[in-house]
Design a protein around this ligand. Structure first.
Ligand SMILES: Cc1ncc(COP(=O)(O)O)c(C=O)c1O
Length: 439
């Protein structure tokens, strides 16, 4: 099919809600490691990886060779029939998850992973209410949308599911309390207690948060934040769920899981995306006594599918063998320096934040008012695309550029990305100069 035919059929046969990036949607054709090619043969350096999903490079042969062998051996059996692939993956996850987390439930997506976590937290505690954070994103089911705190991602509901409340998030660049770190003494963390005291029965089943809010625009809490919140959650008898859909598997550098950067050991971890390098997967992992509290029967027809399981195990093994958590830290800090230099040079860049190879730029029309510049963000993405670089978007106001390149990129890839971003900013600045320089 030609590009035009694909786009025509996309419009004709898919739900209109299947939205795409760019004014002229990018029709993908093939990919290899950090590169992706469109159907017209243009090559891109991919700094978004689908959506924060390509951990070890597109179609990495060390993963795809395992997938191919497994497809020929046993593609499907369902969870009713044990096989080596699922137990080998679960064992590996038990070896690297923090604390006493040692049992896994596999499903097909981050949404399902969070559904499972909330279900089990409610069954374990015998309680119902769950605290999330504003600007959080938890998925697309009714439960996950209710836990999500972005109006744009909650619209399809007839009504939110009951039992979910949201505390202020640790968004230092736009502090919801108008304070400044560190003199704020991390007041936002204490809002979790205020929310429990005033909007729940005081007896919560769980608190769920992304260590770094992904869709929210890589909002990265201060170092003390999760320790304070963890204590509050425990004081009120809840389980602490770390939604590691975007932050796990070494992405934040040095450690397997994002929450470990805050030195907190969660009760439950959920993940998806980067775990299987692009093969559909959902994971809910917890301690045996919590896992044992699930009442009734449950199956996931495709959860822990042997093909997915070998892809996930191969991805984790590769990250370990090639010490990619270290690479994420080293190349990530080099990348961060490059982004900071863009901030020094371009007024439109209001904030740079993230950890490891999970870095974002927030665009503003004015550094004093911090008025979000969503138009600049779109323009920046278009200009980067023209020059062969793919980046993602996020943030409640649509003014954050999210980047999450594969964990095995080199400094030379960063140099190329920064060069293109710089050029893109130079290209858009004249058009938006009136906005950028008005202070
Ligand atoms: C933090 C987080 N949780 C959950 C989800 C939902 O995952 P999925 O799209 O695989 O259902 C996402 C997806 O972006 C996410 O970023």
């Amino acid at each position: 099919m030609t590009k035009e035919e694909i786009l025509k059929k996309h419009k004709q046969y898919l739900f209109p809600s299947v939205s795409t990036y760019y004014s002229d949607p990018l029709v993908t054709d093939h990919a290899s490691m950090q590169y992706l090619w469109d159907i017209e043969g243009k090559k891109y350096l991919d700094f978004f990886g689908g959506i924060v999903t390509i951990s070890v490079g597109h179609c990495n042969p060390r993963v795809t060779s395992k997938i191919k062998a497994q497809v020929d051996k046993l593609q499907h059996a369902s969870t009713m029939f044990p096989n080596e692939a699922i137990v080998a993956l679960a064992e590996k996850i038990a070896q690297i998850t923090p604390g006493e987390i040692s049992q896994s439930y596999f499903s097909n997506s981050g949404t399902e992973a969070n559904e499972t976590a909330i279900q089990i937290a409610r069954m374990f505690t015998g309680r119902y209410e769950v605290v999330g954070l504003r600007h959080g994103y938890s998925g697309r089911s009714q439960m996950a949308q209710s836990l999500t705190a972005h109006n744009t991602w909650r619209r399809s509901l007839p009504a939110p599911a009951p039992g979910f409340v949201h505390a202020l998030n640790p968004y230092c660049y736009r502090c919801p309390l108008g304070k400044t770190y560190p003199s704020c003494e991390v007041a936002c963390a204490k809002d979790v207690e205020a929310v429990i005291q005033t909007t729940t029965s005081g007896q919560i089943a769980a608190f769920l948060a992304e260590p770094i809010q992904g869709v929210g625009g890589f909002i990265t809490p201060p170092q003390e934040y999760f320790k304070i919140v963890f204590k509050i959650v425990k004081d009120y008898g809840g389980l602490f769920i770390a939604d590691e859909v975007q932050t796990a598997w070494g992405r934040t550098g040095k450690r397997w899981f994002g929450i470990e950067q805050w030195e907190v050991t969660p009760d439950i971890i959920t993940s998806a995306k980067g775990l299987a390098n692009g093969t559909p997967v959902g994971l809910t992992a917890t301690r045996p006594e919590i896992a044992a509290s699930f009442k009734g029967l449950q199956i996931s027809t495709f959860g822990g599918n042997p093909v997915t399981a070998v892809a996930a195990k191969a991805t984790i093994d590769l990250i370990e063998e090639d010490r990619l958590m270290d690479n994420a830290a080293t190349v990530g800090s080099y990348y961060r320096q490059g982004l900071e230099s863009l901030k020094e040079k371009h007024e439109l860049v209001g904030d740079v934040r993230g950890m490891g190879l999970m870095q974002a730029i927030e665009f503003v029309k004015d550094r004093t008012s911090k008025e979000p510049a969503a138009d600049v963000t779109n323009q920046f993405m278009e200009e980067c695309r023209k020059r062969g670089l793919l980046v993602g978007k996020g943030g409640l106001f649509g003014n954050v550029v999210r980047t999450s390149p594969p964990l095995n990129i080199a400094k030379s890839d960063v140099d190329e990305a920064i060069r293109i971003m710089d050029e893109a900013l130079v290209a858009i600045s004249p058009a938006l100069a009136g906005i950028a320089t008005r202070r």
